[in-house]
Design a protein around this ligand. Structure first.
Ligand SMILES: C[S@@+](CC[C@H](N)C(=O)[O-])C[C@H]1O[C@@H](n2cnc3c(N)ncnc32)[C@H](O)[C@@H]1O
Length: 207
């Protein structure tokens, strides 16, 4: 399959698809940090949506749209116009990816602020459903793809216990870049469950 991983510099998902023999490319305005520049397109992804992809998985920026950023959207109860306009541009970018002319599409983002009226997601997933002891609600918007199935549910969701003995399951203390990197368990599940989607649907037609 020809697979585009849009807005990905870590190459986590790209490498998971490559491991299964797919012709996958990451695309980001930043250089890649995943060690495979030969599989990376460093450019604005909007210029590459019509390059003949079978499947696109997109991770557009969420900084201005996310619910977690609400306190900066309304500092002292007043709307920050600059952040609001950036969020509207973020939504336009998200919609261009979701409406791209590619048969199979998955777009990933966290929960957004209601004010931006994002389309309803197809499903919500958690890293702890894919082998990581971490809670981070992640939304997926899917086009022609089945919901991603949990592969390894971790019941004990602890990242670390602090000096006071308090167990932390969130991502406090992680850098923004580390937080935005796709978890390897999720990347592997995407490659395994969506990498053979075309083969599966062709087989179903034959039956
Ligand atoms: C939320 S991060 C996703 C990171 C990704 N999960 C990973 O593991 O690398 C959003 C990414 O979108 C990239 N980006 C922003 N605008 C872009 C554009 N027009 N074309 C391609 N990438 C873009 C940013 O550089 C950033 O790396």
């Amino acid at each position: 399959m020809k697979v585009l991983i849009a807005c990905e510099e870590s190459q986590e998902v790209c490498k998971a698809f490559r491991e299964l023999g797919h012709e996958a490319f990451s695309c980001d305005i930043l250089p890649c940090s995943g060690g495979h520049p030969e599989w990376h397109i460093q450019d604005d992804v909007l210029k590459h949506l019509n390059d003949g992809w079978d499947l696109m998985i997109a991770h557009p920026p969420c900084t201005f749209l996310s619910k977690a950023g609400t306190r900066w959207l309304y500092p002292k109860g007043k709307l920050n116009q600059d952040r609001y306009e950036k969020a509207i541009k973020g939504k336009e970018f998200f919609m261009k990816l979701f409406n791209a002319n590619i048969k199979f599409i998955a777009v990933e983002n966290p929960i957004s602020n209601k004010i931006f009226d994002m389309p309803k997601e197809s499903q919500r997933i958690q890293p702890y459903e894919f082998g990581h002891p971490i809670k981070k609600t992640t939304l997926l918007w899917l086009r022609n793809l089945p919901k991603l199935k949990a592969t390894n549910i971790i019941k004990e969701r602890i990242i670390y216990i602090d000096k006071k003995g308090i167990k932390h399951t969130g991502l406090n203390g992680w850098s923004a870049k580390r937080k935005s990197k796709t978890f390897s368990g999720i990347a592997k599940a995407m490659a395994k469950q969506w990498g053979n989607i075309e083969i599966k649907s062709n087989e179903e037609k034959k039956e």
